[in-house]
Design a binder for this molecule. Structure first.
Ligand code: 5AD
Length: 435
């Protein structure tokens, strides 16, 4: 768990430090050289991001003190489970108790949960997943920003609206200065502490250029950088880690190798997984997952998707619906239902290591204005806001009608904070100044 409120350094233990947040202790990897016990820091995703001055930290903590516990109380109330439904849905209740006892559920159990179709049992599954979320993460909700730096793509993924299938799409590639300005605005004006830099697989920008951009960001701004540039090669991953990137967002899209090969001409699932494994070895925080509702996908393969994400040491699960794009070979196919997506997230909450964060994806939000709330009440605890300059967003056209596409970052932040407060959740990757 990571709060974007300052924590107080309590102790050092090798490369780890212990940080105190209103009496709760968390461990974080420290890469700053000048840190002492008693200093205040912002930590994100288990990494110390930046040191905070004493006066600023103390005034921020003062602002947070009461709200912090008030929000926790609202959230705690929201997860109360009716004893009646617990008695009625014995199987789900039993699996929930198993997870609470620290034991993992089996493949058959994952399958059972994915097969639930009665409205009452599904509702209970969502409540139980919400309870499990609260037990391990309390009311924290990660709010990351994403900046889409290029839509110029050499790949032909069958579902993707910025693939080479989309012949008449205007292509862009933000310059280094444009990227630095977008990062500056996200960090300094809006308070983001964790940012994803995302791009299509753009042959027009070298790993050297990406490394230079990341190194400049790390030098100028206190922010945790996730990269999401597709398959940049194992050496590319090493170079960008050395430049300062600490997270990788790379979905494996499907765990079914034949379906993967069919949808990604010239590519293989093995190659994709090799990137994810290497990134994990290098120490990147792994954000991965799959698409839900691809043609030819089975329940078994979706169950396997959840397991595979776990095997890849996922830090944050990014699993969202396929949304058809008219300029691709999958045009006209249906998206999965909002309920089916929420069910996947809930089952993932049961099946994965309890520490895993689960994202409500923009794709999911695109299916329904209710999706975000629904996901957060079914085991999810993370959202991503679009910090790409507004004029570029429509061109990052992976699927039509993307949620929040035209909303300014201010509007997205305000909307998110309001919704989170209503649910009793505390945003943990934005500074208090932005609330
Ligand atoms: N529907 C939903 N998600 C999509 N992506 C690409 N195209 C689509 C689509 N049509 C997702 C892929 C990719 C991420 C950047 O966008 O999962 O990993």
């Amino acid at each position: 768990m990571c709060y974007a409120i300052p924590g107080r350094v309590k102790a050092f233990d090798g490369k780890y430090i212990t940080v105190d947040y209103f009496g709760e202790e968390k461990k974080a990897v420290n890469e700053l050289s000048s840190l002492s016990v008693g200093d205040y820091v912002y930590a994100q995703g288990g990494f110390v991001i930046t040191k905070v001055g004493k006066a600023e930290a103390e005034s921020t903590l003062e602002t947070w003190k009461d709200l912090f516990f008030e929000l926790q109380a609202i959230d705690e109330k929201s997860v109360e489970i009716s004893p009646w439904s617990g008695k009625k849905y014995v199987k789900v209740r039993g699996l929930m108790d198993q997870v609470l006892a620290g034991r993992r559920i089996s493949r058959e159990d994952i399958q059972y949960l994915l097969d639930i179709s009665s409205a009452g049992e599904k509702e209970f599954l969502f409540s139980a997943a919400n309870f499990l979320r609260q037990q391990h993460h309390k009311n924290s909700c990660c709010v990351h920003g994403i900046i889409e730096i290029s839509n110029t793509c050499s790949e032909a993924c069958h579902y993707c609206g910025i693939s080479s299938f989309h012949k008449d799409l205007v292509r862009y590639r933000m310059t280094k200065d444009e990227i630095l300005e977008a990062v500056r605005a996200a960090v300094e004006d809006h308070g983001f502490k964790a940012l994803v830099l995302q791009s299509a697989e753009d042959p027009g920008r070298s790993v050297d250029e990406l490394a230079d951009i990341i190194a400049t960001i790390k030098q100028r701004f206190g922010v945790l950088v996730f990269i999401s540039f597709g398959e940049i090669g194992l050496e590319g991953l090493e170079r960008l880690y050395a430049a300062g990137a600490r997270g990788l967002l790379l979905r494996f899209e499907t765990s079914d190798p034949a379906l993967y090969a069919q949808l990604h001409p010239g590519c293989s699932l093995d190659e994709r997984l090799a990137h994810l494994k290497k990134a994990n070895e290098l120490g990147y925080l792994i954000v991965t997952g799959s698409l839900i509702g691809l043609p030819g996908q089975t329940r078994e393969s979706l169950a396997r998707d959840i397991e595979l994400a776990g095997e890849l040491n996922v830090e944050m699960l990014s699993m969202g619906p396929f949304v058809p794009h008219p300029a691709t070979p999958l045009a006209g196919l249906p998206s999965p239902s909002v309920e089916d997506v929420a069910q996947m997230l809930a089952v993932a909450r049961f099946a994965l290591n309890p520490d895993v964060k689960i994202l409500v994806t923009t794709g999911f939000e695109t299916l329904s204005p209710e999706a975000r709330r629904m996901g957060l009440m079914a085991g999810a605890n993370s959202v991503m806001l679009n910090a790409t300059p507004v004029e570029k967003r429509a061109l990052y056209n992976i699927y039509p009608g993307r949620a929040h596409q035209d909303d300014t970052i201010d509007a997205q932040i305000q909307g998110t904070i309001k919704m989170l407060e209503g649910l009793g959740r505390a945003p943990t990757d934005l500074s208090v100044g932005a609330i």
